[in-house]
Ligand binder design. Structure first.
Ligand code: SF4
Length: 399
């Protein structure tokens, strides 16, 4: 598995696969071709299907600026390597092609190319079973494994991520108004928190909404594991930090454990909605948050694994169906539901001794197989499910 730096990325929303990844690819390509006068970008598969709603065109224009980029949308072309394909070309002043690059936005802001090894593997363990064996043998918790493999130097980065999450949450709770994109959705986080009257499920939902509303508005977020699912982990951690008065160091350790869970899903299945549907995004985020919460509440490694397994298991089959291709409906509210579910999973796991029938590794394998069987309509193409509904006049009036 790769470093957790490859999982938690600080960047701007609304989509790690459709804005962060393409922007990173464009910036790299532009740096390789400083002599180019202009660029072309052809978006393939899901990148083209929901790219307009997700803001892929704006991300590319900003990344290539001040040089112009011509964008072609080809949703009907899906490459077998990954559904989020991007073909870039650099053009000279006379229109001659100076260079081309075919690259894929593989989820969570990461880039991939067929036959290329990608970032170094810093974890030898490839399953939760191996990690639990390590915990049992050494008597150490899961986050200690992260420290041993990713190194002490990861902790300042986790602290940076936590600060970015807190900033995002604070911004989201301070603003009212309408979200961009055409659905005319109004922000609800601030009002919901005011009305929560201390009810935990409502307060944690308000936190998740705050982060997701910032993401929808193109604010700075931390992928956990993606932008579309970035509200779950910070909502749960912020709520528990308040309840427990936990120091930041405990939150950083919890983030490390959450990252380990996300990394396992990324390695053994996918965190890309275009590949496996929303089970890979919000389902994974829920498993990460459940694991982190269980650890914060004093759970042992088998209980952490149990919580993560329950959280993922009960998101199996969840489709990706964003209305108008925007990361708003159902994405924003879906994060709120996953945050409350993560806390429930932690509490259920803490009431158990950690023994259970279906392992986390088996749930990940089932998620991958389910994602493979999902119709293309339900994998971030905005063609099925809620995305097939036509927005009504009432929606457009902002009700
Ligand atoms: S439905 Fe889920 S996977 Fe699809 S864009 Fe929204 S959050 Fe991402």
């Amino acid at each position: 598995m790769q470093s957790l730096r490859e999982l938690f990325r600080i960047g701007v929303g609304p989509s790690s696969s459709h804005t962060m990844g393409p922007a990173l690819a464009a910036a790299r390509f532009a740096a390789q071709h400083p002599q180019a006068a202009s660029f072309t970008a052809t978006l393939l598969g899901s990148l083209a299907a929901t790219g307009r709603g997700h803001g892929t065109d704006t991300a590319l224009q900003n990344a290539f600026a001040p040089k112009p980029v011509t964008i072609t949308w080809r949703p009907e072309v899906e490459h077998p390597f990954h559904p989020n394909g991007l073909e870039l070309a650099a053009l000279g002043g006379d229109g001659a092609v100076l260079g081309t690059w075919q690259v894929f936005s593989t989820g969570g802001g990461a880039l991939g190319e067929p036959g290329q090894p990608g970032p170094p593997q810093v974890y030898q363990a490839a399953s939760m079973a191996e990690l639990l064996d390590w915990c049992a043998t050494t008597g150490k918790p899961l986050h200690q494994h992260v420290r041993e493999r990713d190194g002490d130097a990861l902790w300042p980065y986790l602290a940076e991520c936590w600060q970015a999450m807190r900033r995002c949450l604070a911004r989201g709770l301070a603003i009212d108004g309408e979200l961009p994109g055409g659905l005319r959705l109004r922000r609800r986080a601030r009002t919901m928190l005011t009305r929560s009257r201390g009810v935990r499920a409502v307060a944690v939902s308000a936190f998740a909404l705050a982060v997701m509303e910032e993401n929808a508005a193109g604010g700075e977020v931390v992928t956990a594991p993606t932008c579309g699912a970035c509200g779950v982990v910070p909502a749960v951690l912020a709520r528990l930090q308040g309840d427990l008065m936990a120091p930041d160091s405990h939150i950083h350790d919890a983030l490390a454990t959450a990252g380990l869970v996300g990394n396992l899903v990324k390695r053994n299945a996918s965190i890309s909605g275009a590949e496996v549907g929303c089970q890979g995004e919000v389902g994974t985020a829920c498993a990460m948050a459940a694991a982190a919460a269980t650890q914060l509440l004093g759970g042992n490694p088998p209980q952490v694994e149990h919580a993560a397994e329950m959280a993922l298991e009960h998101h199996l089959g969840l489709t990706c169906d964003p209305v108008l291709g925007l990361v708003q409906m159902p994405c924003i509210e879906r994060n709120a539901f996953a945050a409350t579910r993560a806390l429930d999973c932690a509490e259920l796991a803490l009431c158990s001794d950690g023994t259970h029938r279906i392992s986390f590794d088996e749930a990940v394998a089932a998620m991958k197989a389910t994602g493979r069987d999902l119709s293309r309509k339900y994998r971030e193409t905005a063609e099925g499910g809620l995305a097939a509904l036509r927005p009504t006049a009432t929606w457009m009036m902002g009700s």
